[in-house]
Ligand binder design. Structure first.
Ligand SMILES: *Cc1c(COP(=O)(O)O)cnc(C)c1O
Length: 385
């Protein structure tokens, strides 16, 4: 499932890097500023917005896992998304998926409205729509696979080739899988980014982001912008995310075991109309997922029978699942995309993206699987009365 190399990189990140004391775990450096050795004699770090040892260790760890050249740690996942906007000037076009993360959709469409660049929103599974969008010679194409909340797959390698043919750079949001389950740079992409708020930190106590470029020059340009705008991540958040990263390999294994069982359970439940999970052999993206991912992830969504009324009862009756945005933490979470994660998307755009009122998204945690299923069982039964 997880290659030994990635698991080892995650666990060993930053270990034994302290030359002064031999601390096994790297220290957290909170200092905002660094003394020069003398007049015009700089050290590696001078000011923590620009560079910080704790943040640098975490950024390098993710760059190693994604096999990229430069890792840039940002204050939030959204600031990582915003950072790529710095590559676009007013005449440039960016192509985004119609079912991308609600916050990304909101950012790109609103900046485009203000004339900062042009945006084309497409269904990236529609080959003709994608070809039409690419004929506009975009500067940048954003991919998200699997997508949120419907877990649609995009063939990253194939689409990246098409984008490169028209001279576009490709950036992939890899938040749903983490670098342990998918490495977009190895599939040809130029930029990969994460909301570390999710699986990478994994304990729902940090909001953060990270972006990795394949090319050193592009990475340096974006690092320059991250410092210029002032969106680099805090040392404390970097420390926590680095700590979370060390258990990512084992967390992912357990997330996966639990998710496969929940998906099977939901599929056979009379209260459920449809389950969206790439691990199913009849999921339209199953073959692509098998090819480009090392497992199917622990996110899924489903349509419940009985519409919004049934959704409300389900949420009310669940005891173990927490009704909350976010995902990728050790605890199981449930959410209603239309009114929560995707509320930043106009209702027409939601409908176009296939987000209905009876759609429910779940992030499967690592609690005991019997407890997870019992909780779903009692709440689903109540929802159908
Ligand atoms: C959460 C999320 C983001 C935004 O990250 P924040 O850390 O909340 O700013 C971007 N993309 C995806 C897929 C996400 O789930």
């Amino acid at each position: 499932m997880i290659s030994k190399k990635s698991a080892t990189l995650a666990v060993r990140a930053g270990i034994n890097s302290d030359k002064h004391h031999g601390a096994v775990i790297p220290a957290i450096h909170l200092s905002s500023t660094y003394a020069l050795k003398g007049f015009n004699e700089k050290r590696q770090f001078d000011y923590s917005r620009t560079g910080n040892p704790t943040r640098a260790t975490f950024g390098q760890a993710i760059a190693d896992l994604e096999q990229g050249a430069v890792g840039i740690v940002t204050s939030t996942g959204m600031s990582a998304v915003h950072l790529i906007c710095q590559l676009l000037s007013t005449k440039d076009t960016i192509v985004i998926p119609h079912d991308c993360y609600g916050g990304s959709y909101r950012l790109f469409t609103h900046l485009a409205k203000r004339g900062q660049f042009k945006v084309i929103v497409v269904d990236q599974n529609n080959a003709q729509a994608l070809a039409d969008a690419l004929s506009n010679k975009p500067k940048l194409v954003l991919l998200e696979s699997p997508s949120n909340p419907l877990l649609r797959l995009v063939d990253i390698e194939k689409v990246t080739k098409q984008c490169h043919n028209v001279g576009a750079l490709v950036a992939v949001d890899n938040t749903f899988l983490s670098p342990l389950l998918q490495q977009p740079l190895l599939l040809g992409a130029d930029i990969v980014f994460h909301s570390t708020t999710k699986y990478i930190n994994g304990h729902s106590d940090v909001v953060g982001g990270v972006l990795v470029t394949k090319d050193k020059t592009l990475g340096e340009e974006l690092a320059w912008w991250a410092n210029c705008i002032g969106i680099t991540g805090s040392p404390f958040d970097s420390y926590l995310a680095l700590r979370g990263l060390k258990t990512l390999p084992v967390r992912m294994k357990q997330h996966q075991i639990n998710a496969n069982q929940v998906a099977e359970y939901l599929k056979n439940h009379h209260a459920i109309e449809a389950v969206y999970f790439p691990g199913f052999t009849d999921h339209p993206g199953h073959e692509i997922a098998k090819r480009q991912q090392s497992d199917f992830g622990a996110m899924m969504s489903f349509e419940i029978k009985g519409g919004l009324e049934a959704v409300k009862v389900l949420f009310d009756k669940l005891e173990l699942f927490t009704l909350a945005q976010s995902l990728g933490g050790v605890e199981s979470l449930i959410s209603h995309p239309s009114t929560m994660t995707h509320a930043g998307m106009e209702i027409e755009a939601q409908i176009a993206a296939g987000i209905s009122q009876s759609l429910v998204r779940i992030s499967i945690g690592i609690e005991d699987i019997e407890d997870i299923i019992s909780d779903l069982e009692q709440a689903l039964s109540a929802s159908q009365i």
